[in-house]
Design a protein around this ligand. Structure first.
Ligand code: ADP
Ligand code: MG
Length: 703
């Protein structure tokens, strides 16, 4: 019944001919009634409120004005014409500008003091005056002034659709044709218990009100209801997957703490663990001792001591007679992990092996054998670990560092390195906001190290323009004089690789001139170098033989040189926040005061400015991640890999954290009482759940 209605092809709707239908499908994936109904407005205009021109200021996002068009003109060359109309009210004048469709506007809008217009748009300052480009403009008519609702929905549309008349008004018309038909056709999706608990309006009412809100209060109810529902079903899916996984996959039982961990802890560990580290180790230990297979994300800022936590859990694994491996995304990082870990574990006589792409065939063969016969206890490496030849005698835990660099399929391979899946600990030094973690990794357990080891001085961050370069070089020389080392990083962004490469080389040259041999020694590392050469240059810097490392972002991940105290980031405006934060994390690893200098040109977008300000204000990766989420939205932040999950129609992970927590808790509660969602009282939920999951491929097992 209701489904046939919602599945009605969109061309059946009044006002949608074959052409429009085609466009709707192509441009916005609107195929049927349900798609149009969930094509929600992106904001609302309070149509009762009019501004006076003299009251406009730059803090206002959007304004509605009312006035007459007193002048119009076409400006510019034939190729780049613009239409300018002067809007006048009893307090002043303002220019309205059209760059696109200027001819058409010129025909449509004539100066006329008898006609009044309602204008809606975002004022910007140009030549010390406010103007509005591409405003919505309508003649004052009976309909506009006596709207039943004071809140008018505004729909986002595409250029192509706008040309065909499907601008915000066009969409409002379609909704107006569709909404009256929904009566008794929208099935309830939530249980009575949930509806009562949150005092929700019905789904039908919510859909009606989201498109045609009677007043702001009921709009809030509609938004809450639809956001909750969207988030609830995502959480239900994730958590159900977890339930299934835990039922299906048994885990190795690491019941004992043995010699390895004990002697490491008592005799080798060079410092006291932070409380956060202790807590997290305990969480992981409990997990691995539960008989269930662990699938855990370990989050923590750069330098918070994740590697050490991983190592201690690896030792627990060894204590229980299993092998362990640690996979890192770059050769540099794998080498570094190998160096630190084999050094730390030397007194314990543990066999630690390294496997990377540059290992010779002979060495590889030997390693493969040692893994097979169990001699090799810990294997550290890069993607080379994924290869089929890498077979263990009995692997018990897989640790993946910088997990976002690995695809789901690659993680899946590691799942299958033993007949029964090993425990998985995936680490991320890219803190993500809690809401995003819950949505992306909602089926995993998450441990968070939210504390840095003591004694670290917060990194001082400044933002400087290019004309400060001489003074910065002076500062760098002072730092080198007291024995410190310095990173200088250039952007390397795929689309303009050649130009970036040139920038890097030009920069390297000018730095070479400012820091001449033999007084100064430089290293350079970039993506076009062979692994050997890269490694050689890198090692010179690690050993302190060079003062400055000039590099592209290859050093972003994990490199640890405690003596490096200055990070200079060139063209910092071209980096995203999380990347800037990652890069900054390369310094501040020793006891010395460290500095991060963000170099940029004068031309900064408002987002660029906010990124610089945020970096200068705080060192807290989680706080930075929150800003990043607001700036970029969840899809971009997470990368494309999992963005399907984040295709939210109405909820906003940057703003709706309260709703998300409520929805998640509700899902947890329901699954606790009704793990198969089969009780009568949950039948609405069960039906909707089966509908929304029938078409999607399920990756959850291997997150
Ligand atoms: P992450 O992997 O989270 O970036 P690491 O495990 O590499 O961090 O640790 C960063 C540095 O801090 C390393 O040099 C490590 O030895 C040191 N470290 C880790 N834990 C502590 C601690 N509790 N106290 C002091 N130093 C620590
Ligand atoms: Mg690390």
């Amino acid at each position: 019944m209701s489904n046939t209605f919602l599945n009605t092809p969109i061309e059946y709707l009044k006002g949608v001919g074959p052409q429009k239908a085609e466009m709707l499908k192509k441009e916005l994936q609107i195929f049927k009634y349900s798609d149009l109904l969930s094509f929600y407005p992106f904001r609302y205009v309070d149509r009762t409120k009019f501004y006076k021109i003299k009251d406009i200021n730059s803090d206002l996002p959007f304004v509605q004005l009312r006035g007459k068009i007193t002048h119009t003109k076409m400006l510019g060359t034939k190729r780049a014409q613009r239409f300018v109309a002067t809007l006048t009210d009893d307090t002043g004048q303002l220019e309205l500008i059209w760059f696109q469709g200027s001819k058409w506007m010129f025909e449509k809008i004539k100066p006329n003091t008898n006609m009044e217009y309602i204008v809606f748009g975002k004022p910007t300052i140009f030549n010390n005056n406010f103007n509005i480009s591409h405003p919505e403009i309508d003649l004052v008519s009976l309909e506009n002034t006596t709207l039943a609702s004071s809140l008018q929905a505004i729909y986002n549309s595409t250029e192509k659709l706008k040309i065909r008349g499907l601008d915000t008004k066009g969409f409002a018309q379609l909704q107006k044709a569709l909404i009256p038909l929904i009566k008794n056709n929208i099935q309830e999706t939530l249980s009575n218990a949930i509806i009562e608990r949150f005092q929700m309006i019905s789904r039908e009412e919510a859909i009606l009100q989201i498109h045609f809100p009677k007043n702001p209060e009921i709009l809030k109810h509609a938004e809450f209801r639809l956001k909750f529902e969207e988030l609830f079903f995502i959480q239900l899916k994730l958590l159900k997957q977890k339930v299934i996984r835990q039922k299906t996959f048994k885990g190795f039982l690491f019941s004992k703490i043995g010699n390895y961990l004990n002697s490491f802890y008592n005799n080798i560990l060079p410092f006291e663990l932070t409380n956060a580290q202790k807590r997290v180790i305990k969480e992981i230990r409990m997990d691995m001792g539960s008989g269930k297979q662990m699938n855990r994300l370990l989050q923590g800022d750069v330098g918070s001591g994740k590697t050490l936590v991983a190592l201690m859990n690896i030792l627990i694994c060894l204590d229980n007679g299993y092998q362990a491996c640690l996979m890192a995304p770059t050769e540099i990082l794998a080498n570094q992990h190998y160096e630190t870990i084999s050094k730390l574990l030397k007194p314990l006589n543990i066999n630690v092996g390294l496997l990377t792409g540059s290992k010779k065939v002979k060495e590889r063969k030997l390693l493969h054998e040692q893994l097979k016969n169990g001699e090799m206890q810990i294997l550290i490496g890069t993607h080379a670990l994924l290869e089929n030849e890498v077979q263990f005698k009995n692997i018990g835990i897989v640790v993946i560092d910088e997990q976002h660099r690995f695809g789901v399929a690659q993680r899946a391979i590691m799942w299958n390195k033993n007949t029964q899946s090993p425990h998985m600990l995936i680490m991320s030094a890219t803190p993500i906001p809690r809401t995003l973690a819950m949505t992306l990794y909602g089926d995993l357990d998450v441990s968070t190290i939210d504390e840095l080891p003591p004694g670290r001085k917060p990194i001082q961050t400044v933002h400087r323009f290019d004309n400060h370069r001489d003074r910065i070089f002076g500062f760098m020389k002072d730092q080198i004089a007291i024995g410190r080392q310095i990173y200088i990083v250039y952007p390397l962004i795929k689309e303009s690789e050649k130009m970036d490469y040139k920038d890097l080389m030009d920069g390297y040259e000018s730095i070479s001139r400012a820091f001449p041999m033999p007084k100064y020694n430089l290293s350079i590392v970039h993506g076009q170098m062979k692994a050997d050469a890269k490694n050689y240059e890198m090692q010179r810097f690690v050993k302190g033989e060079t003062n400055i490392l000039v590099a592209t972002t290859v050093i972003e991940v994990g490199v640890d040189v405690p003596n490096a105290s200055v990070m200079v980031i060139e063209s910092a405006e071209r980096f995203g926040l999380s990347q800037l934060h990652q890069l900054r994390g390369r310094v501040g690893r020793g006891a010395e005061q460290s500095y991060c200098i963000l170099m940029s040109s004068y031309k900064l977008s408002s987002d660029g400015k906010l990124r610089m300000e945020t970096m200068c204000r705080t060192n807290d990766g989680f706080e930075i991640a929150e800003v990043d989420l607001k700036l970029r939205g969840p899809g971009d932040m997470a990368g494309t890999m999992q963005s399907g999950v984040l295709d939210l129609k109405i909820a906003d992970l940057a703003k709706d954290s309260q709703i998300l927590y409520a929805a998640r808790n509700m899902a947890i509660e329901i699954l606790a009482e009704d793990p198969n969602i089969e009780k009568q009282e949950n039948s609405n939920i069960a039906y909707q759940f089966s509908q929304s999951n029938s078409s999607q491929f399920n990756w959850s097992r291997i997150s």
